[in-house]
Design a protein around this ligand. Structure first.
Ligand SMILES: Cc1ncc(COP(=O)(O)O)c(C=O)c1O
Length: 323
């Protein structure tokens, strides 16, 4: 069975305007003497876009197929995934409950402002720990079921095999982009956090036999934890294609996380200003800004040679700049 045939076995609700744009970052390439291209998944289109929309196409479709009436998910107050989930649930006519944790400012801003406008039911957790948020989600879903709701749960970031399919499909879209631009990139680089984007891309690489490197710049977990999670998710996702996945390919670079998840670094702020001023491309301070800081470091330190074509997937999140 071909990849296309496997993907078509899973119904998705079309939310992404595909293919997303792909272009060379001309000024940055001139300035840093490199060949840097950008896949504009900040422009996936639905509800301010970003990578989460690709995952959501499959997840919301499954919720509808299971005749769910209520979606429950979890994230930080500035969660892009919660913003997209709230919009997709509203679009599908479903109720949505969000468990939100971490720091919150005095006024609703950025993603939290949009979540409020979408009419989501909000359940606050006083903790910075993702495990505490997930536990609250599990209890909440149980409670709603006891009240007679048909609940569909999505874990943090939508990082389950079905969600990761969105990035298996995106990988094939990238192969078309490479063909159209007549390039053979050595690296695809992006921000990685709950691992679904990364796992999907790895399975796409594995299925297609592409021989470049997939590099996730860690935005949250350090110390090898994310690579283990990406490996486990890639294995489960590969199983949907009746394949087995070896872990040799997993590259997570957690040198650009800084103090912690959500806390901007100097290098990230610099990358945001640089991309905005050179290209008119806005990044965010939690994910894409940190990934761009990593790419700039790779290019400036010659970790990647100037001859190689490099692709940055802009995973979106720039709504956060208004937080
Ligand atoms: C803007 C943005 N970029 C990257 C990521 C990382 O994606 P994943 O959670 O699939 O690793 C996220 C996830 O929260 C995100 O919102």
């Amino acid at each position: 069975m071909t990849t296309k045939e496997v993907l078509s076995k899973y119904w998705k609700k079309n939310l992404v305007f595909t293919p997303t744009p792909f272009h060379k970052l001309e000024n940055i390439s001139l300035n840093l003497d490199c060949n840097l291209y950008c896949k504009r998944d900040d422009l996936t289109g639905f509800a301010f876009g970003g990578n989460k929309v690709r995952k959501m196409e499959y997840l919301i479709a499954e919720a509808i197929a299971k005749q769910a009436d209520t979606i429950v998910t979890v994230g930080a107050y500035q969660s892009n995934f919660c913003r997209v989930t709230a919009a997709a649930a509203a679009f599908a006519g479903l109720d949505v409950h969000l468990v939100l944790g971490g720091k919150k400012g005095p006024q609703p801003t950025g993603n939290y402002l949009l979540i409020n406008r979408l009419g989501a039911h909000i359940h606050k957790v006083k903790s910075d720990e993702w495990d505490d948020w997930e536990n609250k989600r599990i209890f909440l879903a149980e409670d709603l079921r006891k009240q007679g709701r048909n609940v569909y749960e999505m874990p943090i970031g939508g990082s389950v095999p079905l969600g990761a399919l969105g990035y298996v499909a995106a990988f094939y879209e990238l192969l078309d982009d490479f063909k159209n631009f007549d390039i053979s990139p050595s690296h695809i680089i992006f921000a990685s956090s709950s691992g679904g984007t990364h796992a999907g891309l790895l399975v796409g690489k594995w299925l297609s036999g592409w021989d470049g490197q997939i590099v996730g710049i860690g935005a949250a977990k350090t110390g090898g934890k994310l690579a283990v999670e990406v490996g486990a998710l890639a294995k489960e996702t590969a199983a949907l294609f009746n394949g087995s996945f070896t872990r040799d390919d997993i590259i997570v670079d957690d040198n650009y996380v800084g103090k912690a998840y959500g806390i901007p670094t100097k290098e990230c702020e610099r990358a945001i200003d640089y991309f905005a001023n050179k290209e008119g491309v806005f990044l965010d301070r939690v994910y894409s800004g940190k990934a761009a800081a990593g790419i700039m470091d790779y290019l400036q330190s010659k970790k990647i040679s100037k001859k190689e074509a490099v692709v940055f997937i802009h995973t979106g999140g720039n709504v956060e700049l208004f937080s």
